[in-house]
Design a protein around this ligand. Structure first.
Ligand SMILES: NC(=O)c1ccc[n+]([C@@H]2O[C@H](COP(=O)([O-])OP(=O)(O)OC[C@H]3O[C@@H](n4cnc5c(N)ncnc54)[C@H](OP(=O)(O)O)[C@@H]3O)[C@@H](O)[C@H]2O)c1
Length: 235
């Protein structure tokens, strides 16, 4: 059975991806800071392993990686992420606007959105390389695209997603030499806690689309930025 490691699997897009990969018969290692009733219900499937850790602590990430029994990892999905305090749903583009810089807030956003994908991918690189076709995919956002930014604001979140886009581009080159395909994925504007109730994509459809994109990746896609519907995104 193929093996996936998924962060942020307790809710939102990470939870739905976990559900769908389990349905497909994958073994899923869920790296979470705490579980949820919805994730615990999935645990009955038999091929789900929950690993609790502070995803922003490299020592704990190292211990979590060591708990993954599988010698080869087919897919690492970095889903865990945050917009920070406040809410796009309630504040729209007034959120993280120019003039509201908060250093600690930016640190928290970058910690999980940028540093964790880098750290965890480094920890699992050998096991991704041991798979027949290892893939590391990080959920970034169209809000990290400089070309698509016509509205401004959301400084911390946009900057974090642009940073992790850059990371995935470099990994596409570096890990590509080891047969691992690294990509940045935009999940759409999805109806989750983060996306809010006005978002136009159901979490089930986003996850199904992302799985299809991941399944179709070839070495030529290494370092690409792709949306859940297969559209190539501009940087
Ligand atoms: N929803 C959208 O419209 C949208 C659009 C573009 C990109 N994305 C990206 O897609 C990913 C998933 O988003 P979502 O909509 O599923 O968000 P969500 O429903 O808000 O879920 C966020 C997930 O990230 C985890 N997380 C956040 N901060 C964490 C931290 N410091 N340590 C460990 N885990 C942390 C949460 O765990 P806890 O329950 O422990 O907080 C939760 O599992 C994110 O990277 C997001 O930026 C989402």
């Amino acid at each position: 059975m193929p093996v996936a490691v998924i962060t942020g699997a307790n809710r939102g897009i990470g939870l739905e991806l976990t559900r769908q990969y389990l349905e497909e018969g994958w073994t899923v290692y869920a790296l979470i800071r705490s579980s949820s009733a919805a994730l615990d219900e999935l645990a009955g499937g038999g091929s789900l392993e929950l690993i609790n850790c502070d995803l922003t602590d490299d020592g704990q990430l190292k211990k979590a990686a060591a708990q993954i029994a599988a010698p080869a990892v087919d897919l690492l999905l970095n889903c865990a992420g945050t917009m920070g305090h406040g809410s796009f749903e309630e504040q729209g583009l007034k959120f993280q606007s120019f003039g509201s810089f908060d250093r600690e807030e930016w640190r928290r956003v970058f910690d999980i959105n940028v540093f964790t994908p880098q750290s965890l991918t480094e920890l699992l690189a050998d096991r991704l390389a041991a798979a027949e076709r290892g893939v590391v995919a990080t959920l970034t956002s169209m809000l990290g695209s400089n070309q698509l930014n016509t509205a401004g604001s959301l400084y911390g979140y946009r900057a974090s997603k642009a940073a992790v886009n850059s990371i995935m581009k470099s990994m596409g080159i570096d890990l590509g030499k080891r047969g691992v395909i690294a990509v940045a994925l935009h999940p759409g504007w999805v109806r989750t806690d983060m996306g809010g109730k006005h978002a136009d994509v159901e979490v089930v459809d986003s996850a199904a689309g992302l799985r299809k994109v991941v399944a179709g990746l070839t070495a030529d896609d290494a370092g690409a930025f792709v949306a859940y519907d297969g559209t190539r995104m501009p940087w």
